[in-house]
Design a protein around this ligand. Structure first.
Ligand SMILES: [Zn+2]
Length: 603
């Protein structure tokens, strides 16, 4: 894990870049008053309801509610993870991202690792030109030049040290090669190339950088003489057995590569599709590439692992419809079930998971060759929806005509259905279970959902605290008008601690914008509320806002006095009842003063 990025840096970064530039490069913006507007890139619409505010440094869509800072925009639009979005903006601003407290070496190192892997990919690509057998392999698979180039396919020579000699020009580079998993060590510590005599598939991250490789043995070599190179000094004999290598070999887990988080081909999908309507998840690189070759340019492959929850989230972040392809045999259905388990917690409304089971002995590569694009599309059309596969699998060995069987099905389904996010899809699944078993399964709403609902039924009250927070979020500079100490800090009202915190942040960072401020609170549970307040409408300009803000603070101060007065009065009463000595002299004086002030009732 790379280290944490300090908040201070995020603030600085957001102060340096202009969100209008960042968005303008991706979405054509039109000036509309003080703001910029466009048709929303996150939902379909005819008239523009997407606005970008240069003053607040954030964007907001009044149609679909999308919103955020420049970082948030890159995460949603370029589909980057948070650290990558920060890296992207930082490189644009000419800043280096500082990381603190990571287990791995800081990212300074990472640049070297990326460069080295990029050089390795180029090396393998050149080697492909030199090797007839490897070129034949791809030719037999029907790959044209465009696809060889699109996937940057290559060949690792049949030598122990081809890559090591080409790139490991000094001890430091050899150490880096090892770190990227490109070298491996023999029993006596000799380092040699991990990938030998394999066709090579570079694995790219979501920014198109090479982070790892997959290598497939060339079939023609499986009958090679295992002892051929036994005489080479320093390398233990048993590592020479070429036949002991797996058919497919991936880079090991490295600081750059975590196979459970990556999908082969996703970069190419994004290159080929302006808007990704669907994704098709297959199990092999060649399957994914072959689908691309035949025109299914939305194919990705997992990297020798079952589908993880991280995969599911990444997939659904790209698009709403995800198809999973599996063999039709037992192993395939087992793998499909694991995909179901990963996907269920990600099934928010509007998302759809479908399962395509292939005929015996076929893989996506062989199938699309045989049936062509139309045949494959037809199969996708007939894919099994998640709900159908779910109940078919769970009910496989259950006798649904018996009460016992029905109870067992309900018992099995309950914990799984509980993982689906609250929404229409979960309700439908529960209704389906109800229908087939007659058992009404109830799932308790998560603790944080229930009170939110209860709250929303009450009429919206516009509290002073809320107004003050909203004004401050929209114009962080207002905080500079307030000098501590703040009397209202003692006020026992919801939102006061947040207001105090906001004032603190805004005063510490006088240039902070709305966007940066929201980013500061992005991980907090208050984030959603703050986003809403950031677009709350206040008539009037800067002066009016300032007056309204100071007015609200002033009233909060008076409410605090009033709170203190009732506190003291209550205490006085309690003490009297107990027959104890009254208030201290100090308290009596305070109360006297408070009573002299005109009474203000707390809301
Ligand atoms: Zn929108």
């Amino acid at each position: 894990m790379p280290g944490r990025i300090p908040e201070q840096f995020i603030d600085d970064l957001l102060a340096r870049v202009d969100i209008v530039d960042v968005i303008q490069e991706r979405v054509p913006l039109k000036k509309a008053g003080r703001d910029w507007s466009a048709r929303c890139p996150f939902h379909d619409e005819r008239s523009p309801s997407f606005t970008v505010s240069p003053a607040k440094q954030f964007y907001h869509c009044f149609g679909c509610g999308a919103h955020g800072s420049a970082i948030g925009f890159l995460m949603n639009y370029d589909r980057l993870e948070f650290p990558d979005a920060v890296e992207e903006l930082a490189s644009r601003a000419g800043l280096k991202v500082p990381y603190e407290g990571g287990r791995e070496a800081p990212r300074e190192d990472a640049t070297d690792l990326y460069n080295l892997l990029d050089a390795a990919a180029k090396f393998y690509r050149r080697q492909l030109g030199e090797n007839e057998t490897a070129r034949e392999y791809f030719a037999k698979r029907g790959l044209d030049e465009a696809n060889l180039a699109r996937f940057n396919l290559g060949y690792a020579p049949d030598q122990w040290d081809a890559l090591k000699n080409a790139l490991g020009t000094n001890a430091q580079r050899i150490a880096l090669l090892e770190k990227t998993g490109m070298l491996t060590s023999g029993e006596r510590g000799t380092k040699y190339d991990r990938f030998r005599d394999r066709v090579m598939f570079p694995i790219l991250d979501r920014r198109g950088r090479t982070i790892a490789f997959g290598g497939r043995v060339l079939a023609s070599n499986s009958s090679d003489h295992p002892d051929r190179e036994n005489q080479t000094a320093g390398i233990p004999a048993r590592t020479f057995q070429k036949s002991d290598g797996p058919k497919y070999l991936n880079s090991p887990e490295t600081p750059l590569f975590h196979k459970g988080h990556e999908l082969f081909g996703l970069w190419q999908v994004r290159e080929a599709n302006q808007k990704i309507a669907r994704l098709i998840v297959v199990e092999g690189y060649m399957d994914a590439i072959s689908l691309h070759q035949f025109g299914v340019t939305q194919a990705v492959a997992t990297l020798g692992t079952a589908t993880t929850r991280d995969h599911a989230e990444i997939l659904f972040r790209q698009c709403a419809d995800v198809y999973f392809c599996f063999d039709g045999d037992r192993a395939g259905r087992h793998a499909a079930w694991r995909a179901v388990e990963s996907v269920l917690p990600r099934m928010r409304d509007g998302r759809q998971a479908l399962f395509l089971f292939l005929p015996d002995g076929e893989d996506p590569d062989s199938l699309i060759r045989k049936e062509g694009l139309d045949g494959f599309e037809q199969r996708l059309k007939n894919a099994t929806p998640l709900s159908q596969f779910f109940f078919a699998e769970l009910g496989k060995d259950v006798n649904l005509t018996s009460l016992d069987g029905k109870a067992r099905l309900a018992e099995r389904a309950r914990p799984l259905l509980a993982q689906i996010p609250d929404g229409a899809f979960r309700d439908l699944m529960l209704a389906e279970l109800d229908k087939s078993t007659g058992v009404h399964v109830q799932i308790a709403a998560p603790a944080d959902v229930a009170p939110a609902r209860a709250r929303s039924t009450r009429p919206q009250q516009r509290s002073l605290v809320r107004s003050a927070v909203a004004l401050l979020v929209q114009r962080p500079a207002l905080a500079s008008a307030l000098e501590p100490p703040w009397a209202f800090a003692e006020l026992r009202q919801p939102g006061v601690p947040l207001l105090i915190e906001l004032i603190g942040v805004c005063r510490a960072r006088p240039d902070i914008t709305t966007g940066a401020l929201l980013e500061h609170f992005a991980e907090r549970e208050e984030a959603k509320a703050l986003q809403k307040l950031a677009v709350m409408d206040f008539p009037g300009g800067e002066d009016e806002s300032r007056a309204e803000f100071l007015g609200a603070i002033n009233q909060l101060d008076r409410q605090t006095e009033s709170q203190r007065r009732s506190d003291l009065q209550l205490r006085l009463k309690e003490l009297e009842m107990k027959g104890a000595a009254g208030l201290t002299e100090e308290e009596r004086n305070e109360l006297r003063q408070l009573l002299a002030v005109k009474e203000v009732r707390p809301q």
